[in-house]
Design a protein around this ligand. Structure first.
Ligand SMILES: [Zn+2]
Length: 237
């Protein structure tokens, strides 16, 4: 089994870098199965989320902006190296549980990875022009900055090891299906202040995802995403 770890798709998010450093420091035997790339090298060097456009919204694009070109380069690299699974490592300033982000629950390698991972919360996204819209065997990790500890890196390492060995049986995950964006024009500041990520908002009838203090600062017309109530899905193969 070959894993490709993409670190710093957003240049200021260091989970992937820290994981790789952790594996190197341990001289982990897993490194034989792992290939590692920095998703957005220029943004990583500049400690910024992106340079010209969000790389994670630049897949499926023919544009000439730096991240659009970089997305095509990454896809060509994947096409050449053919990893069994691609891990896209993110961190967030939002308060939320650690979660895995997937695009296509039918993908066999992706299901094998979900079985291997200790993380119970899964978010299924669609059509964001993210990497999962271009390839199916991708799993994203989304982890709040203050959750990154040696213990977590150890747990993720165990995820990778179980994936390579394929030693785990059926697991049940809480799967949240993304249904739409939460547009800034549709909610009041007061409503937004009451959002708790991954918890059903009974008044508005959806589960807010990836909302937080920075949502208003971002130059987008949406605060985060809406999901439906979680579904317990057992993945046995
Ligand atoms: Zn990110």
């Amino acid at each position: 089994m070959k894993l490709l770890i993409i670190a710093a798709t957003h240049g200021n998010e260091l989970l992937g870098i820290k994981l790789y450093q952790f594996l190197l420091a341990q001289h982990s035997a897993l490194l034989e199965s792992i290939d590692f790339v920095i998703g957005n090298p220029r943004a990583y060097a500049a400690h910024k989320r992106y340079i010209q456009s969000d790389l994670n919204r630049s897949y499926q694009s023919n544009g000439a902006r730096y991240e659009e070109q970089r997305a095509r380069e990454i896809l060509r690299y994947i096409d050449t190296t053919k990893p069994d699974i691609i891990l896209d490592m993110h961190t967030t300033t939002c308060k939320q549980p650690n979660c895995l982000i997937v695009g296509n629950l039918e993908d066999t390698a992706l299901r094998r990875f979900l079985r291997a991972s200790h993380i119970k919360t899964v978010l299924e996204v669609k059509s964001l022009n993210d990497i999962a819209s271009a390839v199916t065997n991708v799993v994203g990790y989304e982890v709040p900055n203050d959750h990154i500890t040696l213990e977590l890196l150890n747990h993720i390492t165990n995820d990778l090891r179980r994936f390579v060995r394929g030693t785990r049986g059926a697991v049940t995950k809480d799967v949240y299906h993304m249904v739409d964006k939460i547009y800034k024009k549709d909610v009041t500041t007061r409503e937004a202040d009451g959002f708790v990520n991954f918890k059903m908002n009974k008044k508005l009838g959806f589960v807010p995802i990836m909302t937080g203090e920075n949502s208003y600062k971002k130059q987008t017309n949406y605060l985060g995403f809406k999901a439906s109530a979680p579904e317990k899905i057992t993945i046995d193969k």
